[in-house]
Design a protein around this ligand. Structure first.
Ligand SMILES: [Zn+2]
Ligand SMILES: [Zn+2]
Length: 137
């Protein structure tokens, strides 16, 4: 698929022609804090398949899964752009919230579902893991 997107102010744009390899919603506490909602929505693509404009700011932290995670955001407008995890180092996870066409995102699983707040419940049709399966954030 053709995937394009970017932050609110337009400074950080991304694009690529690739099929997503892993589409996930994550309800972990860190994703909730950075998402502005109860969960983060992420599309994992081969790292080399996505081109991203320079200038995003990266924040590194240790996930509850034990993985090291980097989350990138626009330093001007604060929009989340992508994340990377040592659990799946060959992928870059674009934030579905940054897509130009939000309908491109089709989540396959939910992780850390046990932490979903009542006001942002995991959809019933979505396979859900209470915590994180191997490799997930
Ligand atoms: Zn921006
Ligand atoms: Zn998470």
């Amino acid at each position: 698929m053709r995937v394009t997107g970017g932050c609110l102010c337009g400074a950080i744009r991304f694009e690529g022609d690739a099929e997503p390899q892993f589409q996930v919603t994550c309800y972990c506490t860190d994703c909730r804090r950075t998402s502005g909602a109860g969960h983060a929505a992420m599309m994992g693509f081969a790292y080399d398949a996505i081109r991203i404009a320079p200038g995003a700011r990266e924040f590194a932290s240790k996930a509850d899964s034990g993985n090291d995670i980097v989350r990138a955001f626009c330093p001007t407008c604060g929009s989340g752009i992508y994340s990377r995890t040592t659990g799946m180092p060959h992928l870059i996870f674009l934030r579905a919230s940054a897509l130009d066409d939000s309908s491109l995102f089709a989540p396959q699983i939910a992780v850390w579902a046990a932490r979903a707040p009542a006001w942002d419940a995991v959809p019933e049709h979505l396979p859900a893991f209470a915590e994180a399966p191997v490799g997930a954030q």
